[in-house]
Ligand binder design. Structure first.
Ligand code: PHE
Length: 348
């Protein structure tokens, strides 16, 4: 081959190499092009080996051309690499981008409130355990909210619930229900055992809102009635619910307590879901969180709905949905649930 031919071969190879470098569309592609144009098996590398066969002058000219070719290819590679780098970074940024603007774009879809989501999830778990879902009115009578639940007029236990009365009929006969327990009575009046229901809903108490209280909040009530239901069934049901809802790391315990409509009565606690029982701020270093009350249905409650307490047994439980939602997400102020700040609501 003449040195003319050699030089034009080098130039052609270089032009072709630069074209392929510019055409590379990803960094991976560029890496294999680099091996093809500058690697051991590249055309320019073979040409270089052929230089040895040339005379000294020819070798100098050809060697120079070869060096320029290498430099041109290396420069083209560096340029293309920084372009592709920038592209890749831009793409990644676009993918990881979070839109933190408060948009009023009407095309954007809304979603259920955190409390509604929590209620739905609770219902799902209980339905999976064989419960059905019941509801009752928020405006109740004294009979359902108190009387039938073994809390007669002037019973000191009425002080457990700061009641809001409705200006209807005789004074203090119509009220905003202070708990979901009146649904127990309505369910037992409407259906005969065996019964296994949960009743989620809104309840009202004469309370001033602060970080842990709202005058309007939500509870979910549970009621099981059958023959030979035991306290062990209650404990087992609550433990099964606890692991189904919170996962296997969280367990429950029952502490003796008092409610007029259950005997014996207990407080239902779970391992703190923030620290998993180690002790932290949320659980006041105790490792436990109080979820609500429970117990065996009191014989007087069965009598109020004409069920024979010698034949029927049952358990009931009731706990706060709002607090559960807060604990699950580590929110420290229950008022967030009412303020309706879009920046809060959109996180769930
Ligand atoms: N109704 C009770 C409350 O609101 C909770 C409870 C429900 C306790 C069922 C026992 C059985 O405080």
């Amino acid at each position: 081959m003449s040195d003319r031919d050699l030089i034009s071969e080098i130039e052609d190879t270089t032009r072709d190499g630069v074209a392929r470098i510019t055409a590379a569309r990803t960094l991976d592609e560029l890496r294999s092009v680099e091996i093809e144009v500058l690697g051991k098996k590249a055309r320019l590398t073979t040409v270089k080996k052929a230089l040895g066969a040339l005379g000294p002058d020819q070798r100098r000219v050809a060697g120079q051309t070869l060096n320029e070719a290498r430099r041109a290819l290396e420069a083209a590679l560096a340029d293309r690499r920084s372009e592709l780098d920038a592209l890749a970074r831009a793409e990644r940024l676009e993918q990881e981008r979070l839109d933190l603007t408060e948009s009023r774009d009407p095309a954007r879809r809304g979603h259920h409130h955190l409390v509604t989501q929590t209620r739905d999830r609770l219902e799902d778990v209980f339905v999976g355990m064989g419960f059905t879902v019941a509801e009752g009115p928020e405006v109740e009578t004294d009979f359902y909210n108190f009387e039938a639940l073994n809390i007669p007029a002037a019973h000191p236990a009425r002080g457990m619930w700061d009641t809001l009365y409705v200006d209807l009929g005789e004074p203090e006969t119509v009220l905003l229900r202070t708990h979901t327990s009146p649904v127990q009575i309505r369910v037992m009046q409407a259906a005969s055992p065996p019964i296994a229901v949960v009743a989620p809903g809104r309840v009202y108490r004469r309370d001033t809102a602060d970080a842990s209280h709202l005058p309007v909040f939500h509870q979910i009530e549970g009621l099981v009635v059958d023959r030979e239901v035991t306290f062990g069934d209650l404990a087992g049901t609550l433990e099964a619910f606890t692991t189904a809802y919170f996962g296997g790391a969280i367990h429950s315990r029952l502490r003796p307590s008092y409610f007029p409509f259950t005997e014996p009565s207990a407080e239902y606690d779970i391992n703190c879901i923030i620290c998993e029982g180690q002790g932290c701020r949320t659980c006041g270093q105790t490792g436990w969180l109080e979820l609500g009350g429970c117990g065996m249905v009191h014989p007087n409650v069965f009598r109020a709905v004409d069920l024979d307490p010698e034949e029927w047994t049952g358990f009931a439980f009731g706990f706060g949905i709002d607090r559960l939602a807060l604990m699950r997400h580590g929110v420290d102020d229950i008022r967030e649930l009412m303020i309706n700040d879009v920046r809060f609501l959109e996180q769930f």
